[in-house]
Design a binder for this molecule. Structure first.
Ligand code: AMP
Length: 222
């Protein structure tokens, strides 16, 4: 295996990006950088920034591009990402963010953007059943809860339903995805950076598919 990776994970909310990014981050030993997790942790800390961010998040709206780009720029300047790379989850979400990302990551740029493809109807039911750990972000569902009383198997935190996983907010976020984020698929494709991976099936099968296409692409770029 070639060490390190510089990846963007695209896909609808509920496509399994969070779960797969955690696995890929272990496999390639690179940090998993989720803008949603960074924002949720600011909300928990109760900072002024977190309070403002919460208003957008609860409404299922995107934060302004410059705010999120600044946050990612800061995170990508830390040593761990400079040395080995990163897996970005939930960023970029607009063409403006993608353009900024390519600038931030110069001169090495990205290895590729993966579109984890799960149809809208399938993610709607997954999202309604989704539960997450408040502390580490591990994903569960009502069908596959943690072992003990909604306590996270990984870190012992409380496992809850996200405030933005209500039916109204889910539909709003999916509509926003089609409008703002799905054009990124063509945008990365035009730059020869896109691969599509079928996100349906059990998580192990999806991980194997991802590793296969990522390794193939990284071989090509060596
Ligand atoms: P996620 O966990 O990725 O679904 O993100 C949860 C919420 O955080 C989103 O619905 C947005 O309100 C906000 N958010 C996360 N990433 C971004 C981003 N790249 N641009 C704007 N808002 C974001």
């Amino acid at each position: 295996m070639i060490p390190g990776a510089r990846l963007v994970m695209l896909g609808r909310q509920g496509a399994g990006k969070g779960t797969q990014c955690v696995r890929l981050s272990r496999h390639y030993v690179v940090p998993h950088i989720s803008t949603g997790d960074i924002l949720r942790s600011a909300v928990r800390e109760g900072t002024e920034f977190g309070t403002k961010a919460k208003e957008y998040m609860d409404a299922g709206e995107l934060l302004p591009d410059d705010v999120v780009v600044g946050m990612v720029d800061e995170r990508l300047s830390l040593d761990d990402t400079r040395a080995r790379g990163f897996i970005l989850d939930g960023f970029p979400r607009t063409v403006a963010q993608a353009t900024a990302l390519l600038e931030i990551t110069q001169p090495r740029g990205l290895d590729l953007a993966v579109n984890l493809d799960v149809p809208r109807e399938a993610v709607l039911s997954r999202l309604a059943a989704r539960r997450v750990c408040r502390d580490c972000g591990a994903n569960y569902s009502v069908d596959e809860p943690p072992k003990y009383n909604w306590t996270c198997d990984v870190c012992g935190g409380d496992v809850i339903q996200r405030a933005d996983d209500t039916e109204d907010a889910i539909i709003r976020r999916l509509d926003l995805y089609e409008r703002e984020t799905s054009p990124l698929i063509a945008w990365f494709d035009e730059r020869d950076l896109l691969v599509e991976v079928d996100g349906m099936g059990d998580p192990d099968t999806v991980t194997s598919r991802l590793v296969r296409v990522i390794d193939r692409q990284r071989e090509r770029r060596r």
